[in-house]
Design a protein around this ligand. Structure first.
Ligand code: FEO
Length: 176
């Protein structure tokens, strides 16, 4: 059983993860419309990963006998259409998610809630990967040159990404 404060905080995080999914899906739509199908595909996979993150917390609350409370998901807030700026937004967004995940860890440690510490450790590690992915894409943009040819190559490269999480929510468990 987790505390009411922790349950509220995890429900808030479920909303943040679903917002992340919504944000990346909206970015994917813009990139697809602009003809960058590979980048759109990368962002759609990111959408699935964010839903995985949300559902892992969702199942955790249910496993703990806590109530899942789904709130309204905000409209995705981004204006960038240029690819470099778009991925700078992705990186800044992931840094904000990292801070939020660290807040949960701090609360879990304060409450000596070791089950949530263990769960949240998975997210702490995942955020290192999330920030690294965005940084590597920004580095690639620098190396390839922020040119039509460079972005065309990046588009092909990012289109090769495959889904690294279960595609069905039924396969997602909080503690796994
Ligand atoms: Fe769920 Fe991209 O962090």
């Amino acid at each position: 059983m987790v505390s009411k404060k922790m349950s509220d905080r995890i429900n808030e995080q479920i909303n943040k993860e679903m917002y992340s999914a919504y944000l990346y899906l909206a970015m994917s739509a813009r990139m697809g419309e602009a003809g960058y199908r590979g980048i759109a595909s990368w962002l759609t996979i990111q959408y699935h990963e964010e839903m995985f993150h949300a559902m892992k917390f969702y199942h955790y609350l249910q496993d703990q006998g806590s109530s899942v409370q789904l709130k309204a998901i905000a409209q995705p807030d981004f204006k960038e259409t240029a690819i470099k700026e778009l991925f700078q937004h992705v990186l800044e967004h992931e840094k904000a998610v990292t801070r939020s995940i660290h807040e949960i860890m701090a609360l879990a440690l304060e409450e000596k809630d070791f089950a949530t510490v263990t769960l949240d450790q998975w997210y702490v590690n995942e955020q290192v990967e999330e920030e690294k992915n965005a940084m590597e894409i920004l580095q690639a943009i620098e190396l390839l040159g922020n040119s039509p040819q460079g972005l065309f190559m990046l588009n092909i490269e990012l289109g090769k990404r495959s889904l690294g999480v279960p595609s069905s929510f039924l396969e997602i468990k909080g503690g796994d």
